[in-house]
Design a protein around this ligand. Structure first.
Ligand code: NAI
Ligand SMILES: O=C(O)C1=N[C@H](C(=O)O)C[C@H](O)C1
Length: 266
């Protein structure tokens, strides 16, 4: 069996370390290297708390891709670093699977164009939890009948980007089926800036950051005499690993960039 050779960027992070534990259990995957700001030249097994892989750690992504033979880069870092890594991977013909959130629309468009130009598969998924993907799809369906909607996302207080990638993706999916409209009273005024949350095409997005949380979202629809709430909770980062594995399996068969795990689920 030919194993899929994987590089993980961000191995010491909350998601990256979970991805290493997933790869350790999957027979069809082989960890060939990691990319980390520190520990250049170390073996993964020499970093405290990480699984016993012999694969080397590189601080320089170019050096990594020039030194090893890899099929897939799994990026779980920070918005700016993740964007640069994704671009570099496509240029080297290594297929990126990107969980990192916070990319702008312009960055996504640029990466998509680059993948198409090079004929390289790529997956960028703001949420790898199957339940979260279903929540977004259910919300898209509901929005056909309930155009008034607000999104409330709650995350741990170490998160860098707000709103979450999932909340933005949910709003974009709803936007595909909902006639654009401003919500709330036409004359409403915020007496405290930000009280009504962020705004995307008239939809409001509210972001909470608290210790103890992992990743949670409610999509709340309002209509005459009724409300519908679609809710998803990730209580542990293992919830994202089924999706990361699915994306790795699928990306090696793709020749363009796919944005959103729903496009890979039958
Ligand atoms: N798509 C999904 O299902 C999920 C996506 N995420 C996203 O994944 C990303 C990572 O999240 P967490 O693991 O919670 O964050 P974290 O802060 O625990 O980990 C980020 C890691 O990136 C590393 N890093 C920063 N700059 C680097 C560089 N230049 N080279 C290599 N590594 C570098 C840091 O050292 C850190 O270990 C975030 O953007 C988050 O929003 C998080 C959970 C689920
Ligand atoms: O930072 C996180 O933790 C998460 N980020 C992703 C997002 O921004 O949507 C996915 C999930 O919500 C966890």
């Amino acid at each position: 069996m030919n194993k899929i050779k994987v590089v993980v960027a961000g191995p010491r992070g909350k998601m990256g370390s979970e991805a290493l534990r997933m790869i350790e259990k999957e027979e069809e995957l082989e960890l060939v290297a990691c990319i980390d700001r520190n520990y250049d030249g170390f073996k993964v097994q020499d970093i405290e708390g990480l699984p016993p892989f012999e694969a080397l750690v590189y601080s320089d992504i170019n050096e990594c891709f020039q030194s090893i033979d890899a099929d897939v880069l799994v990026d779980l870092t920070t918005p700016e670093v993740g964007y640069q890594h994704t671009k570099t991977a496509i240029q080297y013909g290594i297929r990126p699977v990107v969980g990192t959130t916070g990319f702008t629309k312009e960055q996504l468009d640029e990466l998509s164009d680059l993948a198409e130009e090079k004929g390289i598969g790529a997956v960028i998924a703001p949420n790898f939890a199957i339940g979260a993907v279903l929540m977004m799809q259910f919300a898209k369906w509901a929005a056909k009948y309930f155009p008034d909607v607000e999104i409330v996302e709650r995350h741990h207080d170490q998160k860098l980007d707000a709103p979450s990638g999932t909340a933005v993706k949910t709003a974009q999916l709803i936007q595909e089926v909902r006639t654009s409209k401003e919500q709330g009273h036409p004359d409403e005024k915020e007496t405290l800036t930000g009280a009504r949350g962020a705004e995307l095409d008239g939809m409001r997005i509210h972001s909470m950051r608290l210790p103890g949380l992992v990743a949670h979202q409610e999509v709340v629809f309002g209509s005459t005499g009724e409300n519908l709430t679609i809710k998803h909770d990730s209580f542990h980062r293992s919830s994202f690993m089924t999706g990361v594995k699915l994306a790795i399996d699928k990306v090696v068969t793709l020749d363009l960039l796919v944005y959103g795990l729903e496009n890979l689920m039958e």
